[in-house]
Design a protein around this ligand. Structure first.
Ligand code: GLU
Length: 502
């Protein structure tokens, strides 16, 4: 870590500062992950701050949902709205006093001024500027009001916002990932730091909080670069050194735009509900931004050990569902079986017997992507088979085999362990081999009789997933169907008497 990235004597303090106006987006989750990794890598502190000043759009429900998703991802925080800490409170709606005091400081020092312009005037101004092709900027009408006039209008109860005097010179964001990013003197005007209703503006509140919470590094998406320029102006006016900034690239969808619903899930919760593993999500989000060569399946500890802020990419990354699915599958394979079985079984209807759930979990571990697929995969084995015309023909030619399989299964216990089922099949195959039957002519009819399908998990798992009486019932049904099929078509049979039908 270079001196530039971290003051030698300062303890790293980073923050994740979501606005609780919706579910946790995967892009925000990635930002949280980077901050968490950086804090853990350097033995620092990870702060969670709820930026809920937009009362109309913020809700506690979303705040709780975001916290829950972060917990699910395993990104634990050291200070936050739910657990407090030495720099609290950690909800902006509870920090209004700090913003008021900071605004008063800036007003007294002349870095900020009261603005009495009402909405109507500001809208008119914007419309005029737009028509002239100029960017919307406050025209500083109130910047030069005399102290006496300001006092008089405030005393008269006239609503007033507080504006920061824009620096009027170039602002340089010295970004850790992209070097100096320059904003010209006109990049922003005198922006509002406290609205006339007393609510602090985002850029002001964020800068005051970063100061008050002793944040050393701000790691966030490059959609905040323009905000950073404004926040630097606040720091300058407050007379404190700003934190170091790193703006990583955003996640784009394959169409090139910001990751959006059009291409599928965007909220962490959707992936969680679909049955992705938090380890896989974390691994994937980390890989989206820095490469590891061929070694891509990484657990949290390894990510912490290897995290290097300087290696984060400043450019956009494309969300690749296939890559996530591949990683997810790798993490499924890496789970110990009991854990995998638990996750698989909890998705199944309560009516599925534990023996069946265990056999199916084992059957599908080599191919499973998301655990949300478990019910459909299980149903492919557990639902009563439908025997279509092709299945019926196949069964007709295999009645001898089915009778033999039935005989062998009948002797077994109610539930076969997969290993015992494998042995049973070995015996059945040996029997068939003596009679000159190919493995295919033994196993395929049995599979079709039991599931109605020619494809599916390995047959010993199918046998282990079905209780004995269910297996026998399916074989009986298959044999009856085969026998029916073998009978000559109705038209060529002697016409039945009415009694045959009744
Ligand atoms: N509350 C802002 C957001 O959710 C965050 C900002 C920040 O990292 O400063 O986009």
């Amino acid at each position: 870590m270079s001196e530039r990235t971290m003051g030698l004597d300062s303890r790293v303090r980073v923050r994740f500062a979501p606005s609780p106006t919706g579910e946790l987006h995967v892009g925000s989750a990635r930002t949280a992950l980077f901050n968490w990794l950086f804090a853990r890598r350097h033995g620092g502190v990870f702060v969670l701050r709820s930026e809920d000043t937009d009362a109309a759009r913020s809700s506690r429900r979303y705040e709780e949902a975001i916290l829950e998703d972060l917990r699910w991802l395993g990104l634990d925080w050291d200070e936050g709205p739910d657990r407090g800490g030495p720099y609290g409170p950690y909800r902006q709606s509870e920090r209004l006093e700090a913003y008021r005091a900071a605004a008063a400081q800036l007003l007294a020092a002349g870095y900020a001024y009261h603005c009495f312009c009402d909405q109507e005037r500001l809208e008119e101004l914007r419309a005029r500027q737009r028509a002239a092709g100029a960017p919307p900027r406050y025209d500083r009408r109130c910047a030069t009001l005399s102290q006496v006039e300001v006092e008089r209008r405030l005393a008269a109860g006239e609503p007033a916002a507080v504006r920061l005097r824009a620096p009027g010179r170039e602002t340089v964001v010295d970004d850790l990932l992209r070097g100096p990013v320059r904003f010209g003197p006109d990049a922003f005007g005198d922006f509002i730091i406290v609205r006339s209703d007393g609510v602090a503006g985002y850029n002001f509140a964020a800068a005051v909080d970063d100061r008050d919470m002793a944040i050393t590094h701000v790691i966030r998406g490059d959609d905040h670069l323009a905000n950073t320029a404004r926040q630097l102006a606040v720091f300058t006016a407050l007379g404190v050194r700003p934190p170091a900034y790193a703006h990583h690239g955003m996640i784009h969808d394959p169409g090139g735009g910001r990751l959006s619903k059009r291409y599928g899930a965007t909220a962490v919760r959707e992936f969680r509900e679909a049955g992705y593993l938090p380890e896989a999500m974390v691994n994937y989000l980390a890989l989206l931004s820095w490469s590891h060569g061929d070694d891509e399946v990484l657990d949290r500890d390894r990510l912490v050990r290897e995290f290097d802020l300087a290696r984060l990419s400043p450019s956009a990354a494309t969300f690749d569902q296939a890559k996530l699915d591949w990683l997810q599958h790798e993490h499924v394979m890496a789970l110990d079986f009991a854990e995998h079985r638990r996750r698989f079984a909890e998705r199944l209807p309560a009516t599925v017997a534990p023996q069946a759930a265990a056999a199916l979990a084992a059957a599908y571990q080599p191919s499973l992507v998301a655990y949300g697929d478990a019910p459909a995969l299980a149903a492919a084995v557990l639902d009563p088979p439908r025997l279509d015309a092709a299945a019926r023909r196949l069964l007709t030619d295999a009645q001898v085999q089915l009778v033999e399989a039935r005989r062998r299964r009948e002797r077994g216990p109610d539930w076969l362990e997969p290993e015992a089922a494998r042995e049973m099949l070995a015996g059945y195959r040996a029997w068939g081999k003596e009679r000159g039957l190919a493995a295919r002519d033994l196993l395929m009819p049995l599979r079709v009789a039991l599931t109605g399908r020619e494809h599916g998990p390995e047959l010993h798992f199918v046998l282990a997933a079905l209780e004995r009486r269910e297996t026998l019932a399916r074989l009986d049904h298959a044999l009856a169907t085969a026998a029916d099929e073998a009978r000559p078509p109705v038209a060529t049979r002697p016409s039945p008497t009415a009694g045959d039908h009744l």
